[in-house]
Ligand binder design. Sequence first.
Ligand SMILES: [Zn+2]
Length: 89
Amino acid sequence: MVVRMRANRSKTGMRRSHAAISGTRLSRCECGANRIPHRACAACGKYNGNVIIDIVARTEREQRRTKRHEKELKESGKDVKEKETSEKT
Ligand SMILES: [Zn+2]
């Protein structure tokens, strides 16, 4: 760009005065929790009055998953320790 056309700091600031991002708007779900508009509620899984996400099943699945992961970690940890001790001796 030619120097003649270059915007000074003031002009740049004036242009960018409208460029700020506003915060997320929240609407209230019928269960009382805050909810992002056009998204299913994270607390009860409802959207437009209908249950879309089965929250109970999801939490159960996640609990099973974490349990399994912990078990696997424990087992792998034991194996690692046994190997280390056997290598040292
Ligand atoms: Zn809800």
